[in-house]
Design a protein. Structure first.
Length: 307
C-alpha cells in the first residue's frame, strides 16, 4: 500500500481555525452529545408501558444546481422515553446523473446516525452523532511532473452536534419554535492512482464547525388535529464543506481545500398527513440559497408508523 501524502485544509485569518482551544471545545461537545444520548436512553427504566416505538421509511432527492441529483433512502427507528426520545437511522445516497464531472458529487454515500433529546417544559434539548463513507466516479489527476493519471476517490467522515429549541404558543393552533444549533464535522478524502504508477495516494482532510439559528411556524388542523403544516427558515454559518455530512451531500465537495467560511439560508416547509392515530405521511421541501457554490433543493417524503 502506498503511503498517503497528506494535504491538510488551511483556513484564512478570518476563519475560526480549530486550534488547541478549539480541540477542547470539540471534546466538550462530544462529551455533551454522549451524555445527552445516554440520559435519553436511561429514561427507559422509568418509562410507562405506553411508551411507543416508531418505524419510518423515507426517500429524498437533492437536486444540486448544475451537478445532477442525489436520491436517498432513509430507514429509522425511534422510541419515545418519557419526556424524551432516542432514534437510530441509516441513509443510502446515490447519484442519478452519471454525466457529472468525476470528483464533484459522490456517486454513492452511506451514513448511520443516532440522535436523542429531552424536553424540559417548553424547552427541547437534542443531540446527534453520525458517521459515513462514500465513493466517487473514477476521474483523473495531474501530477507535479505534468502527467495525467487515472484515480479512484473515496471519503470517510463523522459528525456530532447539539441543538436547543423552545415552543412558543401564538394561539390555539399556531406555535413558533426558534432553534439554535452547533455541529462539528470531520471529512477525509483519499485519491488513489490506478494502474502501475509510482504516485502516492493524495489525502485531504477537512474539519469544521457549523452554527445555525432558525425557527418554524407550525399549525395543526383537521377533525382530530391529525394534520400539520410547518414553514421553516434557518441561517447556517459553515467553516468549510465538511458540513456536507449533516446536509446529506447537498453542498459541493469537489475541492475541500478551497473552503473558506460561507453563510447559507435554508427555507422551506413540511406538510404532515395523519392517516390514522398510529400512521402518518410527511412531505417536505427545502431550498438552500446564498452559497458560494451551487445551490440545491431537497424534496422528501417519509412514512412513519407507531407500534
Amino acid at each position: 500500500m502506498r503511503p498517503a501524502r497528506k494535504a491538510e485544509t488551511k483556513f484564512n485569518e478570518n476563519s475560526h481555525c480549530i486550534n488547541q482551544q478549539g480541540d477542547r471545545s470539540v471534546k466538550f461537545l462530544g462529551m455533551f452529545v454522549f451524555f445527552l444520548l445516554l440520559a435519553s436512553a436511561a429514561q427507559a427504566e422509568d418509562v410507562a408501558p405506553s411508551s411507543s416505538w416508531t418505524l419510518s421509511l423515507g426517500a429524498t432527492h437533492a437536486g444540486v444546481d448544475s451537478q445532477g441529483g442525489q436520491p436517498s433512502v432513509v430507514v429509522g427507528v425511534s422510541r419515545s422515553l418519557g419526556e424524551g426520545y432516542i432514534s437510530l437511522s441509516g441513509t443510502l445516497t446515490d447519484s442519478s446523473d452519471h454525466s457529472v464531472p468525476p470528483g464533484t458529487v459522490p456517486e454513492r454515500t452511506e451514513f448511520i446516525s443516532i440522535s436523542g433529546g429531552r424536553a424540559f417544559g417548553k424547552i427541547m434539548v437534542e443531540a446527534h452523532a453520525m458517521t459515513g463513507r462514500g465513493v466517487y466516479r473514477q476521474g483523473s489527476l495531474s501530477t507535479a511532473s505534468g502527467e495525467t493519471i487515472t484515480i479512484d476517490s473515496s471519503l470517510t467522515g463523522y459528525g456530532m452536534g447539539v441543538s436547543a429549541s423552545i415552543n412558543v404558543s401564538l394561539g390555539s393552533n399556531l406555535d413558533f419554535t426558534p432553534k439554535v444549533g452547533l455541529d462539528y464535522s470531520s471529512v477525509k478524502t483519499v485519491k488513489t492512482p490506478v494502474g502501475a504508477v509510482t504516485s502516492d495516494d493524495v489525502e485531504l482532510k477537512s474539519n469544521g464547525l457549523t452554527a445555525s439559528f432558525g425557527g418554524a411556524f407550525q399549525t395543526r388542523f383537521g377533525a382530530e388535529q391529525q394534520h400539520g403544516l410547518a414553514v421553516i427558515g434557518s441561517i447556517l454559518r459553515v467553516e468549510n464543506t465538511s458540513d456536507f455530512l449533516h446536509r446529506n451531500g447537498r453542498v459541493n465537495i469537489s475541492d475541500i481545500q478551497a473552503t473558506n467560511g460561507d453563510t447559507i439560508l435554508d427555507y422551506g416547509g413540511t406538510f404532515s398527513i395523519g392517516i390514522n392515530p398510529d400512521t402518518g405521511l410527511d412531505l417536505s421541501l427545502t431550498r438552500s440559497a446564498g452559497t458560494k457554490g451551487p445551490e440545491s433543493t431537497l424534496l422528501g417524503v417519509t412514512l412513519h408508523t407507531a407500534f
